[in-house]
Write a protein that binds this ligand. Structure first.
Ligand SMILES: [Zn+2]
Length: 90
């Protein structure tokens, strides 16, 4: 995998699945990256219940998510106008 739709806020790695908080305000690639800065399981349960955070997978449909650019595995944002989805499929 060369293209990543999002970047983890904590470890700054490119990610195609992970936790999405605040409908796009924050991203975390794993449990290790989610429960930081004092964020607790209890808070997570509340946020999850109210739909403020959820686990999602962008890899299934990268086209709509990286049409303006993409992240590398190292979290570097690449602005690109090439048709990334072609590369993704092939
Ligand atoms: Zn992470």
């Amino acid at each position: 995998m060369k293209y990543f739709a999002r970047k983890c806020d904590n470890c700054n790695k490119g990610m195609n699945e992970g936790y999405c908080g605040g409908d796009g305000l924050s991203y975390a690639c794993s449990h290790e990256c989610l429960f930081i800065n004092g964020y607790t399981q209890e808070e997570f349960q509340e946020d999850y219940k109210f739909g403020n955070i959820y686990w999602t997978d962008w890899g299934e449909d990268l086209e709509g998510h990286i049409e303006d650019g993409y992240y590398t595995i190292d979290g570097e944002f690449i602005e690109s106008e090439e048709d990334i989805n072609n590369h993704y499929i092939s």
